[in-house]
Design a protein around this ligand. Structure first.
Ligand code: CO
Length: 158
């Protein structure tokens, strides 16, 4: 596994649409491992492949004790709304923003072996999934935010 450099805003790669994964091979497994290691090193809760300059529909989310390795996700249902807490992004340090997201979502995706997975996520986990799925479509939280907040230095390592 390798800690990769995280692409920083306004790098244009962050605005590009990522491509579906077709091969569930060693390269994909290394990508998932690198995303996980890079996310941990950066103290993040999620990281999408475009953030390490790989335009594939892949991300990881680690909230609580569960690591979700997500390939080719689709939101199949959503309900309710949430606006807290403000969102940040490892590609946009020093800023966070209030973003309105669905409160409950159902997501269909594939695991690292290509097996279909369905998850129902609520609250913060649902927010993280929506944030990372946006990355696969070249959308950043600052494109959706109602209010940008400048973060103070002490909060950087959250
Ligand atoms: Co992000």
């Amino acid at each position: 596994m390798t800690v990769r450099r995280i692409v920083q805003y306004p790098d244009p790669i962050l605005k590009q649409k990522a491509n579906p994964v077709i091969k569930f091979d060693k390269r994909l497994h290394k990508l998932l491992d690198d995303l996980n290691e890079t996310m941990i090193a950066a103290h993040g809760v999620g990281l999408a492949a475009p953030q390490i300059a790989i335009l594939k529909r892949v991300f990881v989310v680690n909230i609580g004790t569960t690591l979700h390795e997500v390939v080719n996700p689709t939101i199949t249902a959503q309900s309710g709304w949430q606006t807290d807490p403000p969102e940040g992004c490892l590609s946009i340090p020093h800023l966070s923003g209030v973003v309105r997201r669905a409160n409950i979502i159902k997501v269909a995706y594939q695991d690292r072996h290509g097996q279909p997975v369905q998850i129902e996520a609520e609250g913060y986990l649902a927010r993280a999934f929506q944030h990372e799925i946006d990355h696969l479509d070249g959308i950043l939280f600052i494109d959706r935010t109602e209010r940008v907040i400048t973060r103070i230095k002490e909060e950087e390592n959250e």
